[in-house]
Design a protein around this ligand. Structure first.
Ligand code: NIG
Ligand code: FE
Length: 406
């Protein structure tokens, strides 16, 4: 048997394994890495005698699975601070959208930007997330809203994955809002996405999933159902922006299509939560959007817990509702605004975020056989990750077995 590539010793490991209590703590732990994966992990005293090319003592530092941001819109051009100001002066998000602002103003800027400009802007945001311990990021399209520009966004996202050590998962969100060319012809736009864009995206392997925005200012459940049926025909899993501003039956729709996740969920009913539980869909909570829109309607956290729905937390990094390029901030906000416990915040950005991306079999916890995506922290307990605000605590990030300095 070939030796290990790297052996981490004297670590306090929070495995976050689903079958372990709490954080899955292993004191005086060791992790052996071979071929980018965890080959052995456990108490140092039980470590088998085995050669390793490199050994690194962590001197008692805590390690957790590297963080996963499972919902972002981080490829975009421009910014929307003027709209932010308008909202603080009394205009609502819906009213701005209906007047042609909101998502559509970012569409204008993103269409006008070159692929290289979008790449540079996206790369800076990817690096900001990685600097906090994030190794896997989901990026949605949805600011192109025509064939050419949706493909451009997805290609840029794929390039971000190829040019960095991080894993980038891409999601087609062409059903984000109705583009001006299709004003009053929403069904025709859904047909364009379903019959022209989606087949091209699938043929070129540009997306790992399909998402849609189910809301009165965006798309109805029947319109989204049509798109989701096509996605499933192309073997692409679905996920949904559901019940963010009103209860549009989004959670039920997501459950019906066996979605990986339903996201936002502020207005989801208990029936919607029960449907998600039956379907095994993850609830992705986005406290950055809740905070920025100064929402008061809380997502149904107790019902999610009671029904055993897995809860993930993500940044929702976007220029309109969540200008927050920090997953740590999302964790911190989830504890303050939604009452999630620190353990729920950390599981929500590791194990449950992996589950929301359909990647739990190879990441999200520290277990033998999974990718060696490991964050090393300067903390005295992992609960501190949801506690301190504005304090950088990452000591090192190991991605696929290699130390990465973002
Ligand atoms: O997740 N709700 C729709 N999509 C984004 C907002 C996008 C935007 O306003 O640009 C969200 O909050
Ligand atoms: Fe979003």
């Amino acid at each position: 048997m070939a030796g290990w590539d790297l052996l981490l010793t004297d670590a306090r490991i929070a495995t976050l394994a689903a079958d372990s209590p709490d954080y899955g703590e292993i004191r005086d732990g060791a992790i052996a890495i071979a071929d980018g994966c965890i080959a052995w992990l456990g108490p140092g005293a039980e470590r088998p005698a085995h050669k390793s090319r490199k050994t690194r003592s962590l001197g008692g530092q805590w390690v957790t699975p590297a963080l996963i941001d499972c919902h972002t819109h981080l490829v975009f051009a421009g910014e929307r601070s003027q709209e932010f100001e308008q909202r603080l002066e009394g205009a609502s998000y819906e009213a701005i959208a209906i007047a042609g602002g909101g998502i559509l103003s970012t569409v204008q800027a993103t269409r006008a930007a070159s692929a290289n400009e979008l790449f540079d802007a996206g790369l800076a945001r990817v690096k900001a997330l990685a600097a906090e311990g994030v190794a896997t990021i989901e990026i949605k399209s949805g600011y192109g809203l025509d064939v050419e520009n949706e493909l451009k966004m997805l290609e840029v996202s794929r390039r971000l994955g190829e040019s960095t050590d991080l894993t980038i998962r891409t999601t087609l969100l062409a059903a984000h809002t109705v583009p001006p060319e299709f004003d009053g012809k929403v069904d025709d736009y859904i047909d364009l996405i379903s019959n022209t864009l989606l087949p091209e995206v699938a043929k070129r392997g540009l997306a790992d999933a399909v998402d849609a925005y189910c809301e009165s200012i965006a798309f109805s459940a029947p319109q989204i159902a049509k798109l989701f049926r096509q996605a499933i025909d192309f073997d692409l899993p679905v996920k949904l922006h559901a019940d963010q501003l009103s209860d549009g039956g989004g959670a039920e729709l997501a459950a019906y299509f066996n979605a990986l996740s339903a996201d936002h969920l502020e207005y989801t009913s208990v029936a919607g939560v029960e449907a998600m539980a039956k379907a095994g869909a993850v609830a992705v909570l986005l406290p950055g959007a809740f905070l920025t829109l100064r929402e008061t309607q809380q997502p149904p956290v107790d019902a999610l817990r009671k029904n055993g729905v897995p809860i993930a937390v993500a940044s929702d990094c976007n220029p309109g509702t969540s200008p927050i390029c920090s997953l740590r901030t999302a964790m911190i906000l989830a504890s303050r605004l939604f009452g999630l416990t620190p353990l729920e915040c950390i599981a929500g950005t590791t194990r449950e975020a992996a589950r929301a991306l359909g990647l739990l079999q190879d990441r999200g916890t520290l277990e033998v056989g999974k990718r060696a995506d490991i964050a090393i922290w300067n903390i005295s307990h992992p609960r501190e990750l949801a506690y301190w605000i504005g304090t950088p605590q990452l000591a090192d990030l190991i991605i696929g077995g290699h130390t990465t300095r973002p």
